[in-house]
Every structure is written in structure tokens, then in C-alpha cells.
Ligand binder design. Structure first.
Ligand SMILES: [Zn+2]
Length: 452
């Protein structure tokens, strides 16, 4: 086998790994680069492989940084099967058309404002491209061996990150490799713990929090304090959330806080059509998460679901106290950007981040104390409080990853650290070397390694 790293090196986005085994070429994850402009430009650059030469794509989960390049990959000639779990398929049906919509909107906006260097500015891909990609998805069950031909087998195991997310194991008669995808946390309130893996000859492991530990406190305490303080000022709590995963978790926490009387019964809005649909998908995949049907219903009833653009705009005229959850989670696009424009200038309001903020995103700038952020070509002052609750993350921190690695009965021949910013990836390497004494490598972009 031979493995080439086509993304998620030195960054948490753009996950793409090409595995060559005999006559087969398999792409594991097909993610979009996000965040810094130099990364986003990579989405436009020609890949060093011809998509038509790839036999199979495998998705670890539906998040756009793992699936969002697929429409372009298909447009550029890929026509094979795309294996994923059932819930990943359902979530991709929401996320990929939405991603296309964002691309179209961006191009449209650039054309109207004339700030693109290209005339006319074109979207990276369109809704039609997204639909064509969805046609190729082949949903399969967890813990089933899938024959990829040429002696290769594929298996998904739940990894607790979001609904449908999986460890991906591929093996031929001689060698096995496990891709961690994004690893969830052992004690997440919604998702079940990642399954323990005992063996793999090679391992590709994420390192988003390779240099950080999550707070051990109950996130409800900080969440309640932030909501109460803002409500006292009649302010608005704007929470940028990933439509899939964090939105549902936040709603569930807010439901718990309201029903225990720890926060007042102020209006809560879920302003992301995608998040609304994803919440529905939670109902349809009960076996994968910890909630009972009653808890699922309570979660859904916690917020007013905002669907139309008009309703979304009206929210910006509405007075607090209230809570608005809206995508995207790093405030790099989506409806939340309009809420930031409306609410960030007022010191009575709070902008609350609950997930990882990649370099170059508005979220990361605000957490670093930016006094203003650029939205649609204008600078918007940030006078609202900016808060962060770290232990709502959907990613294991390094100590949780080390615990999970402890399930291996024998060290892999080599472990590759990806999906982390450079400092985080290198810190994860050191942690694994020091604690487990494994052979660990942080690969470079486009590096190829042979696996024997
Ligand atoms: Zn993810």
C-alpha cells in the first residue's frame, strides 16, 4: 500500500488521503479547505491526481471539511462509489447542497460588488454538482466488512464525533490501516463514546486539540452564567454553531438549564435550516446517540425553528433577552454572519463560541480579541462580550486521544498525525512518543509514504 496526504496537513481542514493498493485507488475523505485564504485557494488548484482514476471514495463523516470537495471531485471526473454510514448519507443530503448554495452566493455577491479578480466570479461548484455527488453515495452499516475488490476490505466503526461519524479501517491480505476521522469524546452528552480499536498496522490520527485539554467543569455552569449575565442586560446571546452536532448538543443543554430553573425562560431561536433538518435526522438514528425519544422531542421543542430569510432578518430587529443559535460554527459564512453584523457592536450582547475556531476564521479573530471583523467588505466593531465554552467541543483533547490509543494491544508500525494546526500536530506527536513510545510522523502536504 501507498498513502498520499492531499489535505489536513498543517491544518484541520481539507481532509483527503489517497490510498493505492495493487490496482485500486481509494480516497479517504474528500474535504474542503476552509479558513485562511491560502488554504481556500487550494480548493481551486488542480489536484495531483485525476479524479477519474480513483476507484472508490470513503467518507469518515459528513462535516464539510471531510465531504465538501466531493461535488467538485465528481464534476472533475470521479464516477465510482462513495461509501459512508447511513447517517452520513442523510447529513450529506443537507450539507452538500448547502455548501453549493454558499459557493453560489459567494460568487454572486462578488459579482454584484465587483470585488472578485475573476469576471465573472464562478462558484467552486453548483447545486447540480452537489446533487450529482449525492447520487454516488452508498450507505453501509457499521461493523460490516465491505469488499472493495482486489482483496481489499473496508469497515466503519462508530467514533462518537457526530451522527454517522466513523473510524475507517481498510485492509488487504497483508496490511491494515485505520483512519481516525474526527474523534469524539468519551463522555459526550449526546454521542456514544468512540469504540475501542485493538489493532491496526498503520494509523492516521487527528490532532485538533493535540496541544490542549478541555475544561473538566460541567459546561452547563459556564453556559448558565453567560446566559444569565446577558439576559440581565436584556442582551442577545449569539452562538455560532456547526449545524450538525453542536447545535443539537447546545439545544439539549439549554433545555436542561431551563427545566432545572438555572436560566430564565427566554426565547431561543435555531436559525439554520440545516440545523433544523439535522435535528430531525437525530430522531431517525436513535441507536447512535444517547437520547431517548422523549429527550429528542424535548430538544426539538427547546427552540423556535427559523426557516425563512424574512424571519431570519426580523430576528435582527428583535430586542433581547434571547438566544440565537446559527451556523456556521466558525462564523465563516451562513446566517450567523448577519447576526454578528447586527449584534456584535452592542456591549449588552454576547457572542459565544462553542467549538474549534480554525486560523483565519472570524471566530478565531474574535476569540483573539479583534476589535472589529470584516463582514461583506465592511468592518463591524466588536463591542459585545466574546466568550468561549471549551468543553462543548466534539473533538477529543490530547489526553482523551491518548486514552483511546491505549486500547491498542500493540503499537502500529507507524502513526501519522494529521488534522491539526502545526503546533497542535507536533504536540500530539510528542505526547504519543512520550507516553506510548510509538513511531510517530507528522506528514507534509502531498507527501507519499509506503506501507508494508
Ligand atoms: Zn468533524
Amino acid at each position: 500500500m501507498e498513502l498520499t496526504f492531499l489535505g489536513a496537513t498543517g491544518t484541520v481542514t481539507g481532509s483527503k488521503y489517497l490510498l493505492n493498493s495493487g490496482s485500486k485507488r481509494i480516497l479517504i475523505d474528500c474535504g474542503l479547505f476552509q479558513g485562511l485564504k491560502q488554504l481556500r485557494l487550494k480548493n481551486w488548484a488542480k489536484l495531483p491526481i485525476n479524479p477519474a482514476d480513483v476507484d472508490v471514495v470513503v467518507l469518515t463523516h459528513a462535516h464539510i471539511d471531510h465531504s465538501g470537495y466531493l461535488p467538485l471531485f465528481v464534476k472533475n471526473g470521479f464516477s465510482g462509489k462513495v461509501y459512508c454510514s447511513q447517517a452520513t448519507r442523510d447529513l450529506c443530503k443537507i450539507l452538500l447542497p448547502d455548501s453549493a448554495h454558499l459557493q453560489e452566493e459567494e460568487a454572486d455577491y462578488a459579482n454584484r460588488r465587483g470585488f472578485s479578480k475573476h469576471h465573472p466570479a464562478l462558484p467552486l461548484y453548483t447545486q447540480e454538482d452537489a446533487q450529482a455527488a449525492l447520487e454516488l453515495l452508498v450507505p453501509v452499516d457499521f461493523e460490516q466488512d465491505i469488499d472493495l475488490g482486489a482483496g481489499l476490505t473496508l469497515r466503519f466503526s462508530p467514533n462518537g464525533h457526530i451522527l454517522g461519524s466513523a473510524f475507517v479501517r481498510i485492509h488487504n491480505q497483508k496490511t491494515s490501516i485505520l483512519f481516525s476521522g474526527d474523534i469524539g469524546r468519551p463522555n459526550d452528552i449526546l454521542m456514544k463514546a468512540p469504540v475501542r480499536i485493538k489493532q491496526a498496522d498503520y494509523l492516521v490520527v487527528e490532532s485538533t486539540y493535540g496541544n490542549r485539554l478541555h475544561d473538566l467543569d460541567d459546561p452547563q455552569v459556564k453556559l448558565a452564567a453567560i446566559i444569565n449575565q446577558t439576559a440581565k442586560r436584556n442582551g442577545v446571546v449569539v452562538i455560532p454553531v456547526f449545524a450538525v452536532g453542536r447545535a443539537q448538543e447546545l439545544l439539549y443543554y439549554i433545555h436542561l438549564l431551563k427545566s432545572s430553573g438555572n436560566i430564565p425562560d427566554i426565547p431561543v431561536y435555531l436559525n439554520s435550516p440545516m440545523a433544523v433538518d439535522a435535528t430531525e435526522i437525530f430522531h431517525n438514528h436513535r441507536g447512535e446517540h444517547r437520547l431517548t425519544p422523549e429527550q429528542c422531542n424535548a430538544l426539538c421543542r427547546t427552540a423556535h425553528m427559523v426557516n425563512s430569510i424574512e424571519e431570519s432578518k426580523r430576528l435582527n430587529e428583535t430586542k433581547g433577552p434571547m438566544i440565537i443559535l446559527s451556523a456556521s460554527g466558525m462564523a465563516s459564512g451562513g446566517r450567523v454572519v448577519h447576526h454578528l453584523k447586527a449584534f456584535a457592536p452592542n456591549p449588552n450582547n454576547t457572542i459565544l463560541f462553542v467549538g474549534f475556531q480554525a486560523a483565519g476564521t472570524r471566530g478565531s479573530a474574535m476569540l483573539d480579541g479583534a476589535e472589529s471583523i470584516k463582514i461583506h467588505g465592511e468592518y463591524v466593531p466588536v463591542r459585545a462580550e466574546v466568550e468561549y465554552v471549551s468543553n462543548l467541543s466534539a473533538h477529543a483533547d490530547y489526553s482523551e486521544i491518548l486514552d483511546w490509543l491505549g486500547g491498542f494491544e500493540k503499537a502500529p508500525k507507524k502513526t501519522f498525525i494529521t488534522h491539526g494546526e502545526p503546533i497542535a500536530a507536533d504536540a500530539m506527536r510528542l505526547h504519543i512518543e512520550e507516553k506510548l513510545h510509538w513511531q510517530v510522523v507528522v506528514p507534509d502536504y502531498l507527501e507519499t509514504v509506503s506501507l508494508n
